[in-house]
Write a protein that binds this ligand. Structure first.
Ligand code: ADP
Ligand code: 5GP
Length: 201
């Protein structure tokens, strides 16, 4: 049986990691891709679990060798998806989730055009900023870069198959689970409620 790829995108701080943790807690069979990055680890982040942390030269070697399915620069650091584990996990029949930013999502459309693409929106830009700050793990300069990127990413939300507004966490988790595991139900919901264009008001 062949698996499938899901691309999961949304501005930094919108709650992507929080939503995915909730899904993985109930569906440990889902494979969450582990990216390579040149960013420094945050407190509590574990090498080989949250990311493969590496120097810029080592990252460029991966790029040159074609070992990355996609990669992009985000807020001053490089991030990329190792190609081999994705195909291996798909071949084993697993649902593979790539939690990546907009440029990477666009690249994946070329190699996995059938991949489901989901975008997470914040209820407002003010709430997004307060979530990034409440997380308390980024320097002020990094917060500013992430907020500047957020508006660009939100403007591209309607390129995605489905938009989920992460306002009430429980509701958003339910919508994500429906999208991943009961896509027919999601199609019905989309027909009744056409996709949110841009940010929720
Ligand atoms: P991302 O992975 O998109 O960068 P995180 O999952 O790290 O975002 O979430 C950023 C912050 O927002 C965390 O402190 C998290 O607890 C909080 N958060 C996530 N979802 C919600 C929500 N629905 N309501 C309020 N706070 C949330
Ligand atoms: P963070 O530094 O907050 O962990 O991640 C910053 C941004 O990089 C987030 O939007 C996250 O989704 C994205 N990201 C993480 N891994 C990858 C990756 O492998 N490729 C791309 N293109 N973006 C990634």
């Amino acid at each position: 049986m062949s698996g499938r790829v899901v691309v999961f995108t949304g501005p930094s701080g919108v709650g992507k990691g929080t939503l995915l943790r909730a899904v993985l807690a109930d569906h440990p069979d889902v494979y969450l891709s582990i990216s390579a990055t040149t960013r420094n680890p945050r407190a509590g982040e574990i090498e080989g679990h949250h990311y493969y942390f590496m120097e810029p030269d080592a990252f460029q070697d991966l790029v040159k060798c074609g070992d990355l399915l996609e990669w992009a620069e985000f807020a001053g650091n490089c991030y990329g998806t190792p190609r081999k584990p994705i195909q291996e996990q798909v071949d084993q029949g697993r649902l593979v989730i790539l939690e990546i930013e907009l440029e990477g999502a666009r690249q994946v459309r070329k190699s996995y055009p059938e991949a489901q693409q989901i975008f997470v929106l914040p209820p407002s830009l003010e709430e997004l900023e307060s979530r990034i700050r409440a997380r308390g793990q980024d320097e002020e300069a990094a917060i500013q870069k992430r907020l500047a990127k957020a508006s660009i990413e939100i403007d591209a939300a309607d390129e995605f198959d489905l938009q989920i507004v992460n306002d009430d966490l429980k509701v958003a988790v339910r919508q994500l689970k429906d999208a991943l595991f009961s896509p027919d139900q999601t199609d019905e919901a989309k027909a009744q409620n056409p996709p949110v264009a841009g940010i929720a008001s």
